[in-house]
Design a protein around this ligand. Sequence first.
Ligand code: UDP
Length: 243
Amino acid sequence: MAAIKYKRILVKLSGEALMGKQGSGIDPQMILQLAGELAAVHEAGVEIGIVVGGGNLFRGAGLAAAGLDRVTGDHMGMLATVMNALALQDGLLSAGKTAVVMSGLAMPQVCESYTQRDARRRIAQGEILIFAAGTGSPYFTTDTGASLRAIEICADLLIKATKVDGIYDKDPIKHDDAVRYRDLDYDLAIDQRLAVMDVAAMILCNDNALDLVVCDINQPGALLELARGNSVGTRVTRKEAKQ
Ligand code: UDP
């Protein structure tokens, strides 16, 4: 079996990753597919934390634009991430894994509450941790939640698994001549506002020298390839750490 490069990873799954080919909501087939990919990485010996988004259900900014109070909207968005996390937990349990949802908002009847100490201990024991409710505070996104949790649990790599296969110099949907970066540094990604991850999330990663890889969630085996240290998608690193 190929050697594993990363002992502990944090995978950020956007809410849209869970909706499969549907226009919104959660596709049970997609949940099983994702759970299978994650289980394979775990079986290869990698400790896994996951942050799930909620954009397939609710986003605070969208709700605020429609007239709802912003903080209420963000609370609804965070609750949406909990729903996604529960679905993913179910999929991972079906795949034979021990998976636990830890929420940044306390809801003891539904899932466990996040504490950094608990998370570090349990991930080291082989449990797959699904972090829900982002940072637990409004006006943030789950991208920032993912950077934060990755740093808190001392992950070796943050993977943003999304619908695009990396970071482009311009929107690949609108421009045929868009070019995908293989490697990039945070300064450039932040300066040029490359639409990949929140600036706040990238600043956190940069400050803490945490590498980020953006890859396509629908590419079978991509997570395992990454865990083995192979090049997939686009890698973003802190400038001076770049080789
Ligand atoms: N959210 C929040 N605080 C956080 C993380 C998320 O208030 O720390 C809310 C926010 O309204 C956001 C929604 O939850 O729009 C869903 O998260 P996100 O938009 O990041 O989901 P994704 O785009 O990854 O599916």
